[in-house]
Design a binder for this molecule. Structure first.
Ligand SMILES: NC(=O)c1ccc[n+]([C@@H]2O[C@H](COP(=O)([O-])OP(=O)(O)OC[C@H]3O[C@@H](n4cnc5c(N)ncnc54)[C@H](O)[C@@H]3O)[C@@H](O)[C@H]2O)c1
Length: 240
């Protein structure tokens, strides 16, 4: 599963799953671009990796920012569209501004990533695009309706892109985790976390590294026959 000689751009890689995925790709030999809107944390992640890593600024809501990121990164073989805003809010309390910003970050951001990177990878004749979806895009749950709608959108967007790029050696897949301990859960009260944990068949939250291993496989040479798929990594919370 070597990614030696490949360049991988991971958005939202300054913490959480994005950071774990950047580390897993790096461990397989890829040069990684730790891209995030949070420059300070992205720099800290990049400098903690020995060689083959650099931080880059991106605001995924902005197409020009995405284009700059890819221009500066040279040949990009792997793009992981991971950046997102996770918001837990009851349906009735979501204001229009928040709806728009969550959709702009989570869904329009992935659209821009696919639209900018797709043709470049097609030209190269090789590429891997991995879009971070969520169990929230597959079933009703605790997250906000805006977050859930963005993740459902990512799943079908992934299929459309996969069909476009399949003949050119470029795959596009989605990964749908649930309940992985990252900073998004830091503000939830302990009782709510415990109630969620009790519903998970494997009896615990997931670890970022467990998601990152699957992500790295989907970005590898060996995953060339897998495209348009959504992979569940949810501790058995949703079996379909
Ligand atoms: N943690 C989970 O249990 C879980 C479950 C399902 C899906 N996911 C998905 O996995 C991905 C990572 O989740 P996480 O828990 O690590 O999230 P996180 O909030 O810890 O990290 C998200 C990162 O994205 C960055 N970001 C936010 N807006 C951005 C923007 N406009 N441009 C560039 N970067 C931006 C943030 O700065 C942050 O570093 C997300 O797509 C999330 O929806 C996570």
């Amino acid at each position: 599963m070597s990614l030696g000689g490949r360049t991988a751009v991971v958005t939202g890689a300054a913490q959480g799953l994005g950071e774990a995925i950047a580390r897993a790709l790096h461990a397989r030999g890829a040069s990684v671009v730790v891209a995030d809107v949070n420059d300070e944390r992205a720099e800290a992640v990049a400098t903690s990796l020995p060689e083959r890593a650099r931080a880059a600024h991106v605001d995924v809501r902005d197409r020009a920012s995405f284009e700059r990121l890819l221009d500066e990164s040279g040949r990009v073989d792997v793009l992981v569209n991971n950046a997102a805003r996770t918001v837990f809010r009851p349906l009735w309390e979501i204001e229009a501004d928040e709806w728009d910003d969550v959709l702009a970050t989570n869904l329009r951001g992935v659209f821009f990533g696919c639209q900018v990177a797709g043709p470049r990878m097609r030209e190269q004749g090789w590429g891997r695009i991995l879009n971070m979806a969520s169990i929230s895009g597959q079933a009703a749950g605790a997250s906000g309706a805006h977050y859930a709608a963005s993740k459902a959108g990512i799943i079908v967007l992934t299929k459309i892109l996969a069909a476009e790029l399949a003949p050119y050696g470029v795959t596009c897949n989605a990964l749908a985790p649930a309940a992985v301990r990252t900073p998004v859960f830091d503000d939830l009260p302990e009782e709510r976390l415990e109630a969620l944990r009790q519903r998970i068949p494997v009896g615990r939250f997931g670890e970022p590294a467990e998601i990152a291993e699957l992500a790295a496989f989907l970005c590898s040479e060996e995953a060339g026959y897998i495209t348009g798929a959504t992979f569940d990594a949810n501790g058995g919370l949703l079996m379909r």
